[in-house]
Design a protein around this ligand. Structure first.
Ligand code: GLN
Length: 246
């Protein structure tokens, strides 16, 4: 099957090799006999939600976020109804902030968001930088390891679900022990570096949800050899445990 991905603003939201996440999705899809078909959608482009199973937004500096925010926000209704129809969203760092209700950046400018995630972000004075390790209760305690570098402090609405609980690192705000946000099939996170190469279970979850969106039935992906990926996860998790969040 063709898994149809909309990569939003790839030339603007792409720091810390966030594109690597797409490469992982493509390789893991191919290993199961599927193809990842990626379409770049940028400023002013037409977007038909009937064309896509998965939407991807990478990270960006405040400057790039300023360039994309209003174009993205004008697509809010389209994107929210795509999510209601079961499409998958992965948004990283700057993209995560803009999938929430908005981001007040380091110069005090209020950037509008899509409002798909029940979260709000305000830039702090000190950047939160380092390795991170999370535990995901909603996925039988599976862990996610990554790297964070953000000025934004993200606050989730009461009752909103984080992507994971912080074992090591800062997470959304350095205080709440929450990291990221998860609603239905929409996932926002500060983890990049990129995220998916060292967290293969999460890549597979996104792929099976994208396939389910397309076929309307649950899809189980056959296991593949993850020896290297698991080793990469252990290295990143170890770094987070020894020096994350300080
Ligand atoms: N500019 C945002 C911040 O500093 C996002 C940074 C990023 O995507 N790494 O919070």
């Amino acid at each position: 099957m063709n898994i149809r991905v909309a990569h939003l603003y790839p030339e603007l939201l792409n720091i810390y090799a966030d594109r690597g996440n797409i490469a992982v999705l493509a390789t893991r899809a191919q290993a199961r006999g599927h193809a990842l078909h990626v379409t770049a959608i940028t400023l002013g482009d037409r977007l038909d939600p009937a064309d896509f199973d998965l939407y991807y937004l990478g990270g960006g500096q405040d400057r790039e976020q300023q360039l994309v925010a209003s174009d993205l926000a004008r697509r809010a209704t389209t994107l929210r109804s795509a999510h209601d129809d079961g499409a998958v969203f992965l948004a990283v760092c700057g993209g995560y902030q803009l999938l929430g209700r908005g981001y007040r950046d380091t110069s005090g400018v209020d950037l509008p968001g899509v409002g798909l995630l029940p979260a709000e972000t305000v830039a702090g004075t000190r950047r939160l930088i380092g390795d991170v390790l999370l535990s995901c209760d909603w996925a039988e305690g599976s862990t996610l390891a990554g790297f964070e570098n953000h000025a934004g402090r993200t606050t989730l609405d009461a009752g909103a679900e984080p992507l994971g609980r912080v074992i090591a690192g800062y997470g959304n705000d350095g205080e709440s022990h929450a990291e990221g946000c998860r609603v239905g099939r929409a996932y926002g996170t500060y983890l990049h570096g990129p995220l998916l190469p060292r967290n293969p279970w999460f890549a597979d979850r996104l792929l099976s949800e994208a396939l389910e969106h397309q076929t309307g039935r649950p899809i189980e992906l056959s296991p593949i050899d993850d020896t290297l990926e698991r080793a990469a996860h252990e290295v990143a998790a170890g770094r987070a445990r020894t020096r994350g969040g300080r």
